[in-house]
Every structure is written in C-alpha cells, then in structure tokens.
Design a binder for this molecule. Structure first.
Ligand code: HEM
Length: 523
C-alpha cells in the first residue's frame, strides 16, 4: 500500500517539482551571495550560461571582453572568472605556484583522463613526475629526430602535390598549379609527426588524404591507410568530446535524451581509442622485452615504458599503463591540431600581406640551401629570425589555444579582489594578446613587433605560463619554422579566396577547418 502511494504518479510529480524547486532556490541563493559579484550574463538553473556560450568559445569570450570589460564571469559547470588583462593573467603564472587547471571533473573521469598525464592532472606529485619526464623526453635528441621525420614526411607530401599537379596538367612537367586545402594536408601531416614522435608508428594520414584527392592511389596498402584513418578519426572525436564532458553538468549528460545519446557515442569512441592505445603499449612492451639491451627506439612510448621512477613512499615502480596512456593522449591532443592550425594561420596572414611574404622569402632564400642539397637542421632554422617573428605574430592574433584554465586551492588576490579557495579562472589568451592598452594597432598583422621590437611584447602568452607552461613550445616553434622553410622554399602559395575570413572551429583549440590555397612549384 505504502509502495503504491510512493510510486503514485501524482506523488512522483510532486516529488520532482519539490526537488526542482529546492535546486532552483539553492542555485539562485548561491548566485546572489557569491563572493565578488562581477558583470556577466544572467545564468539559468541546470544550464548556467551554456545557451549564451554555445559552441563558439573564442567568439563568446571576445563578446564578454567587449561587453563586460577586463574581468567578468560566466556559469558553465562551475562559476568561471574570465581574465583578459595581461597583468591579471600573469598573477596566475607565478613560477613558484602549482595550480590545478580545473577542480576534480566527473566528466573527465568518465572519459578516463582525470588525474593522469599532465593537462588533466591536478595532483602535484604525480603531475611533477610526468612533467619532469616530459621535459627530459622533449630533449634536443627528440627534436632532432622530429626534424628528420618532418623532412621525410614533407618529401612524401610534396610528391603527392607533384602527382596531383601532373594529373591536372597536360604536359607532365613542373609547370602546374593546383587548388588544395592546406588545413586537411597539415592536420594529416602534424598527426603523422605526432604519432611517429610519440609511438614510433605512422598514421598514414597524408596518404589517406591524397587518396581522396587523386585518381592514382598512394603506395601504402589500403589496410594501413584505413587503420591509420580510423585511429585519427577516433582522436579527433575524442578531442571534440572534451568541452562536452568538461562543461556540461553530469545531470545533462545522463538524463537529457539527445545529450545522453551524444555522450554514449563519445564514450564508445573513447573505448575504441583506448583499445588502440593499449594495444600499442602492449606490443611495444613485448618488443622491448625481446630486445634485451639492443639499442631502443627514441620515441616517447619507449621512454615511458622504460622509465622506472614513479615514487610510491620509498619504492620505485614502472609507470602504470593508464598513466602511460594519459601521457600519450596529452601529446596527441596538445601537439597536433595546435601546430597544424598555427601553420594555416601563418599562411593566411602571410598571403594577405605581400610585403611580409616578400621579406620572408628573401630570408628563406638567403639562409637556406636548396632542399634537394640537404635536410634542414636546427642550426639552419635558428637563422630564420623573421620567420620566427611571423610565427609569434600569427599566434598573437590567432592563438591555437585561446583560453588557459586555473583553479586555486588557497586564497589569492587578483584584480583588487580576494578570491577564496575553489575559484576557477578562464584566462583569455586571445583577448590579452589583442588588448588595445598593450599592443599598438592590435588588429594589424605586423611581425616587426617581434623582429624590430616595435612593441613591448611581454604580454605574449601563446603557450600559457608558470609551472604549467606548454612543455611542447620549443618543439612547436621548430615544427612551424620547418613547415615555413620547406613549403615556401619550394612552392608559390596564394589564397584562393583572399577576401574570405579565416575558417575555424573554436572548442578547446581554435582549429582551422579549411584553408583553400593555390600552389605551384617555385622555379
Ligand atoms: C602551436 C602549438 C602549441 C600551442 C599554441 C600550445 C599551447 C598550450 C597552452 C596555452 C597550454 C596551457 C598552458 C597553461 O595552462 O599555462 C598548453 C599546455 C600543454 N601543451 Fe601545448 N601548445 C602547442 C603545442 C604543443 C605540443 C607540440 C605539445 C607536445 C609535444 C604540447 C603539449 C602540451 C601539454 C602536455 C600541456 C599541458 C601542460 C601541463 O598541464 O603541465 N603542446 N599548450
């Protein structure tokens, strides 16, 4: 009888309405009594400001800066304080402090990345070990072997362009022009570079893209290309799911019908990706066991498997597989899309500014030998000072990661307010790098800011700052210099639609989605 009364639909409705009422009351009580109220859009229960934020992170923070000024707030899964002034942001880059990126996130736990690797790791001890490992692994030796890989992969990609050019022209010579999408080529390219650097295995992404564009197929077998393709797609989808699991509340992910379906599809994809990575780890472990002292490969997976320095009390033990997987994911997520997109932004701005392009070509031609003569090395690249300035200026205007995260675990004073432990910050990198009080003509692409010191450039924070500054920053600069050198030394590059704005998707990374260019061999 009592059970019948409890599950009576009228009682259930009353219960549901009462719980919802209490939730809403609590939500607004907390909102109106929050410490240091700031300007920002009014939040709604359950969704906060998700309806204002939408999927365009970059556009939304630009809007907040214009409408609410240097410091404002937004409600997603938590309250976030948005900082857009360099000096406020730099307080959270204090070199002596370990900051978490975000508090414990049930969403990140669900996708299996909470507390492992670097980016999603808020445990100082385990983060410090992984970070030390990263810094050691990304040594000059690894950068040298990455340069070699890029030179070789470029050779293959250039061969594909040549083949497409010959297919489109009647005279089968070097006199051809093709229209193609740099965004697709370079996403494939950086994916291959990252995979080789990380696991020692190729993904055949450039061959895969070539096969979609060409009547003649690449020499790599269909099975290899198809496998690599599946792996790459799983990585892209995994990346896409991160804002979804980070910013949507568990309630929405678990109970809202369409959202729940999407969450399940992302989780299936996670299973597929993890299975792939776990197999790579297992296979390499077997390989290492069989090698017994012979010279090992120099990729990061081998280093992770042979590192025996995780401290547990006084004991040392090998890094657990889950931790290894977390580090691999960090490199794939941090290193591929960012570098590919940056190269697209560089190309866009260089092609829109002919005087910059001319100066860049003069530097490349005077510093670098012809590609066929020798592979470019770190020493060659160091001389490309103007190209280096171009990289910084393109990343100032279009930082591939537009927002950095910080979560404080003790009271901190920023922008004249005392923030209690538990406050979350979104550091608006793009806003700070275009801030009119810190940059002369901030919207103008002018590499001379970094070449002739035409601007005080201390407000540049492309790679974040403090202890959590990007560990891949030197590698990404070397990769970008090499892309510029190889492509522009050998090809004429123009935008197909110079008047079109940049095309990108802004989630965690401001990712280039298309850049149509016209290329022909430089004679
Ligand atoms: C143009 C290329 C790149 C850009 C713009 C970029 C930018 C960033 C930014 C802004 C952060 C957050 C820093 C902070 O919170 O203060 C970060 C973190 C990170 N990046 Fe990069 N990155 C790039 C390339 C790479 C590469 C090539 C790798 C790996 C080889 C990498 C691996 C990571 C990792 C693991 C973290 C997390 C660090 C930590 O939490 O300790 N990134 N990156």
């Amino acid at each position: 009888m009592i059970i019948k009364e409890i599950i009576d639909p009228i009682n259930l409705t009353k219960l549901f309405l009462t719980i919802t009422f209490i939730y809403v009351l609590n939500f607004y009580y907390r909102y109106f009594t929050r410490p240091n109220p700031l300007p920002g859009p009014f939040p709604l229960p359950f969704i906060g400001n998700l309806h204002n934020h939408g999927l365009d992170t970059n556009g939304y923070y630009e809007y907040c800066l214009k409408k609410y000024g240097d410091i404002s707030e937004v409600y997603l899964d938590h309250r976030y304080i948005i900082l857009s002034r360099p000096e406020h942001i730099k307080k959270l880059f204090a070199p002596s402090e370990f900051f978490m990126h975000q508090p414990y996130s049930q969403g990140c736990d669900e996708v299996g990345i909470e507390g492992v690797g670097l980016f999603f790791n808020g445990n100082n001890k385990s983060w410090s070990f992984n970070r030390h490992f990263f810094n050691e692994a990304l040594s000059r030796k690894l950068i040298d072997s990455t340069i070699e890989t890029i030179n070789q992969l470029y050779d293959e990609m250039s061969g594909y362009w040549q083949s497409l050019g010959n297919q489109s022209s009647s005279n089968n010579s070097n006199n051809w022009t093709i229209e193609t999408d740099f965004s697709s080529w370079f996403h494939g390219f950086t994916n291959e570079v990252t995979s080789t650097l990380t696991t020692g295995q190729r993904t055949y992404s450039i061959a895969s893209y070539y096969n979609t564009q060409s009547n003649i197929k690449s020499i790599h077998s269909n099975a290899l290309v198809e496998n690599g393709n599946k792996f790459t797609k799983a990585l892209v989808k995994f990346m896409e799911c991160l804002p979804f699991f980070t910013f949507l509340s568990p309630f929405m992910r678990h109970y809202f019908p369409i959202i729940k379906g999407q969450a399940n599809s992302y989780l299936n994809n996670r299973d597929l990706l993890f299975k792939n990575l776990d197999e790579m780890i297992k296979n390499r472990r077997n390989e290492i066991e069989k090698m017994q002292g012979a010279e090992m490969k120099s990729d990061m997976l081998t280093s992770l498997l042979t590192a025996k320095t995780v401290v547990e009390g006084d004991n040392f033990r090998p890094m657990p597989d889950k931790e290894i997987r977390g580090n691999l994911i960090d490199i794939f997520l941090g290193g591929s899309d960012t570098t590919a997109s940056l190269f697209c932004y560089i190309t866009y701005y260089v092609c829109k500014n002919p005087e910059v392009k001319q100066k860049m070509l003069s530097e490349i031609d005077s510093v670098l030998p012809n590609f066929s003569d020798k592979l470019y090395k770190q020493e060659d690249l160091k001389q490309l000072k103007y190209c280096n300035a171009i990289i910084f200026e393109a990343a100032r205007l279009m930082p591939p990661i537009a927002i950095a995260l910080r979560h404080i675990t003790k009271e901190f004073e920023i922008a004249g307010y005392k923030w209690p432990a538990g406050t979350n910050f979104h550091l608006n990198i793009k806003g700070a790098q275009r801030h009119p009080e810190f940059w002369n003509n901030p919207e103008v692409f002018n590499p001379d800011r970094f070449y002739n010191n035409e601007n005080d450039t201390s407000s540049i924070i492309i790679w974040g700052g403090g202890k959590r500054i990007c560990p891949g920053r030197s590698l990404s600069i070397v990769e970008s210099l090499l892309f510029i050198a190889l492509v522009y030394k050998n090809y004429n590059v123009e935008l197909v639609n110079p008047n079109d704005p940049l095309k990108f998707f802004s989630g965690m990374v401001i990712s280039s989605t298309e850049l149509k260019v016209r290329i022909s061999p430089r004679t």
